[in-house]
Design a binder for this molecule. Structure first.
Ligand code: IMP
Ligand code: MG
Length: 189
């Protein structure tokens, strides 16, 4: 069930549980174990995409068994609605040097793939040793460009999700579970 199941917001959107706290914790632990194994003896820098991935990052790093540096980027995409448009800009860049280091991008959800393609290309310009991607969720059916996560938590259907850092119009980020909003039910009271 999940604490917020059936809870409706001001717009009347019902929330349906997709991943419980326990399921998320197990996914995150598995990812951290793989990363800890693969990056042993490497100079790892995690680049977290704000804001959506902040909770994922904070849980993930607590399970890593290696020294790691962290930094953040904030990206803005321009276009209408929930769909990412072609134009993406960095509104907050990384501050530590990634030259010669192994970079792992930490993202909440891959949708069209455009955000990650942009960021991966952009970070590669600074000559890191490697740039890979770790994403919690992936809506593979929505992909518009060829990009895949090197570390993936879970593939999901084409539903709009919220919670665990992920928002709908800046709300729901605080929820400890991940919910999906029932399509078509928005605004029904
Ligand atoms: P992409 O560039 O199309 O892959 O978009 C990825 C970004 O879109 C993610 O980082 C999220 O910020 C946002 N996004 C995609 N799907 C959802 C969703 O279901 N809920 C909330 N945000 C989403
Ligand atoms: Mg995001």
């Amino acid at each position: 069930m999940g604490f917020y199941t059936g809870v409706k917001d001001m717009e009347g959107c019902p929330l349906n549980l997709l991943l419980s706290r326990e399921q998320i914790a197990s996914i995150v632990k598995d990812l951290a174990d793989q990363i800890s194994k693969d990056y042993r003896e490497k100079e790892l820098v995690l680049v977290c995409i704000l804001k959506g991935a902040f909770m994922f990052l904070s849980d993930l790093i607590r399970h890593l068994r290696l020294p790691v540096q962290i930094d953040f980027v904030r990206l803005a995409s321009y276009g209408a609605g929930t769909k990412t448009s072609g134009r993406i800009e960095i509104t907050k860049d990384i501050e530590i040097s990634i030259k010669g280091k192994d970079v792992l991008i930490i993202e909440d959800i891959i949708d069209s793939g455009r955000t990650l393609q942009f960021l991966k290309d952009r970070l590669s310009l600074s000559n890191p040793r490697s740039v890979k991607i770790c994403a919690l969720l992936d809506k593979k059916a929505r992909r518009e460009v060829e990009i895949e996560a090197d570390y993936l938590g879970k593939e999901i259907d084409n539903v709009f999700v919220v919670g665990y850092g992920i928002d709908f119009n800046e709300t729901y980020r605080h929820l400890p579970e991940i919910y999906y909003i029932t399509p078509g039910n928005q605004r029904k009271k």
